[in-house]
Design a protein around this ligand. Structure first.
Ligand code: DC
Length: 228
């Protein structure tokens, strides 16, 4: 497979991927695709459809559900690409702790991952893109031109998640957030299909001691070197 015009950014929960990927894409003036939001959109759709995901989280439940769901990336008035769920923006609920509580088991379902593959591949028609997730460099675009795996220490990741308003339950503490993140990592890394892991040819960037601007500058520098 030849090189694909994709900047793949993978990494564990709350490693700062979304912030970095969004800002990097803006700096490079290319579309940004957040695949975690696609898994969240499917989870939200299931909850809104009345599925009790605590008891029923299986391929059998999702096969008929996905037939009623359309996810697409469209260009909005400000020129940014945004996710539409059955034609409408999903709103803040997408990043709510209620959705986050169920998204890892949903993302572990092979049928759900397979369903999203075509939608994610289709984004490559936009030209050079930044795509962020867990398996972009390993499974979705193994031929991506640039691959980064962003990490940070568990404590730093818990601090970052706690600082993101609206993404944690009321009363959350550093300890409870660290526990939730560890559980997400455990499910994401342990699943049979497309587990969270760096691609062999990905560059691992430990951002624990780095500011956002430092990470962006570093990645942009690596990309401009690789382009020349
Ligand atoms: O990046 P995020 O926290 O929004 O991801 C939400 C969940 O979706 C997380 O449990 C991992 C999963 N995910 C995945 O399995 N594969 C991706 N490409 C992106 C996210």
């Amino acid at each position: 497979m030849g090189q694909q015009q994709v900047i793949a950014i993978d990494g564990p929960a709350a490693s700062g991927k979304s912030t970095i990927a969004g800002l990097l894409a803006a700096r490079l003036r290319v579309p940004y695709v957040n695949t975690g939001n696609m898994y969240r959109a499917i989870t939200m759709f299931a909850l809104d459809s009345g599925i009790d995901l605590k008891r029923q989280c299986s391929g059998k439940v999702f096969t008929p559900l996905l037939k009623k769901l359309k996810l697409e990336y469209v260009r909005n008035a400000s020129g940014e690409y945004e996710l539409l769920v059955n034609g409408v923006p999903p709103g803040p609920k997408l990043r709510s702790p209620e959705v986050a509580a169920f998204v890892s088991p949903v993302a572990a379902l092979p049928g759900v991952r397979e369903w999203l593959k075509d939608i994610q591949h289709d984004a490559a028609r936009l030209g050079l893109i930044v795509m962020e997730g867990r398996d972009i460099g390993t499974v979705i675009f193994p031929g991506a031109k640039f691959k980064f795996f962003l990490t940070a220490s568990p404590l730093e990741r818990a601090r970052r998640r706690l600082a993101q308003s609206g993404e944690t339950f009321d009363g959350a503490t550093l300890e409870s957030v660290a526990r939730d993140i560890a559980e997400r990592d455990r499910i994401d890394s342990g699943r049979a299909v497309a587990p969270l892991k760096p691609a062999p040819d990905a560059e691992i960037v430990d951002t624990t001691e780095m500011t956002i601007a430092e990470v962006i500058n570093y990645l942009a520098g690596r990309i401009s070197n690789g382009r020349s």
